[in-house]
Ligand binder design. Structure first.
Ligand SMILES: *Cc1c(COP(=O)(O)O)cnc(C)c1O
Length: 357
């Protein structure tokens, strides 16, 4: 059986050897040695000034909404994982959807200004499939209208734009280290900000607002990463170059197979070093997509409809219409992509798909 992804698991003895550090210290959470070591390693690897490891990739967005004091309306897109919209609603704000660019699949920056009202406080956009949003244009709009910018950068481990980490853009970025993501800690994530003052606020928010054992600076929640999660990250990290290389090989087979075909592949923004985190293809119609899925399933190959349905259809949002998202969501699937996927299987996948076009 071939699924859309398969979690990379490091040799168990390597995970255990790292866990020994936690055992020796008798300390398994509350920012022990392993969380600090993971943060230090990621800081260097990713080229960021500040990182805060968290227990998942959703809480950082909620904490960011709180720490930036957002209220009213937040501009976002319906082409993302549900967490992007649900965190806005969870924090008592209203999502206002702006449609996506049909090839980059990120928020269409030319449509943002029309969605701004006196109630708008921020833009929360997803770098979908690791493809950066039009970060400069978004920054200019945000400055002009005095808005904050949060990026759902869940997919962006290792992505650079114009030579620097994509996490360096916006007021806050959030990455996910969930087991299905490119780099993982089982469950986990991290937040990034360039502002030291904001980092400090986010830090308090992620740890109950604690300022020492008997003092609470203000409101907070628990978004701490544990030592057990950090140990997994430290065990996976040395394999990331190898993982990326295998994924690049697979992506280039897919690229070649779909060049000069009716299948559209993700258009990566220029000046981007992409991380091969997902391989979405856009078929000609939903009927064709269902045919492709059914033929792949017959061969025990299970792609996923990322992202479907459009978040406009969530029962708890009042949706504005985003026809491009609706159209793309009905025709897009992510093909299997993971380091140990056999190249012969990749060939087989492309052949099955091409027969159905
Ligand atoms: C995975 C994902 C999240 C949520 O991350 P968790 O670590 O599972 O909380 C948020 N946004 C997007 C776009 C994702 O793919």
């Amino acid at each position: 059986m071939t699924n859309v992804t398969k979690t990379f698991l490091p040799p168990q003895e390597e995970y255990q050897a790292i866990l020994k550090g936690a055992w020796d210290a008798g300390w398994i959470t509350n920012r022990g040695v392993l969380v600090k070591e993971l943060e230090a390693s990621l800081k260097v690897r990713l080229g960021v000034d500040q990182i805060l490891a968290t227990t998942n990739g959703t809480l950082p967005m909620q904490i960011a909404i709180k720490a930036l004091g957002l209220s009213g309306e937040i501009i976002t897109t319906p082409f993302s994982y549900v967490a992007t919209t649900s965190c806005i609603v969870w924090e008592g704000c209203s999502p206002v959807f702006v449609d996506i660019h049909p090839e980059f699949l990120t928020i269409d920056e030319t449509k943002i200004e029309a969605a701004i009202t006196p109630k708008t406080s921020a833009i929360l956009a997803t770098h979908v499939f690791g493809n950066p949003c039009a970060v400069e244009a978004i920054e200019a709009i945000a400055q002009k209208h005095n808005l904050k910018v949060i990026y759902d950068a869940a997919h962006c481990f290792g992505v650079t734009y114009k030579g620097q980490s994509v996490f360096n853009y916006g007021d806050v970025s959030s990455c996910s280290f969930h087991a299905t993501k490119l780099f993982h800690t089982g469950e986990g994530g991290a937040l990034f900000t360039k502002s030291e003052a904001l980092y400090e606020r986010l830090f308090f928010y992620h740890n109950f607002g604690c300022e020492g054992p008997e003092k609470f600076q203000g409101l907070g929640i628990n978004a701490k990463m544990s030592e057990l999660q950090a140990a997994m990250g430290l065990a996976v990290l040395p394999y990331m170059d190898q993982i990326l290389k295998s994924r690049q090989e697979i992506c280039s087979i897919y690229d070649q197979a779909f060049a000069n075909s009716t299948v559209a592949v993700l258009k990566i923004r220029e000046n981007t070093e992409w991380n091969c985190c997902y391989y979405p293809i856009i078929l000609a119609s939903e009927t064709q997509l269902l045919g492709v899925i059914s033929k792949l399933n017959e061969a025990e190959i299970y792609p996923r409809r990322y992202f479907y349905p459009s978040l406009e259809d969530l029962p708890y949002v009042n949706s504005n219409k985003c026809p491009i998202t609706r159209d793309i969501a009905s025709r897009v699937i992510c093909l299997p992509l993971y380091d140990s996927l056999a190249l012969s299987k990749v060939q087989e996948i492309t052949e099955i798909i091409k027969k159905e076009l």
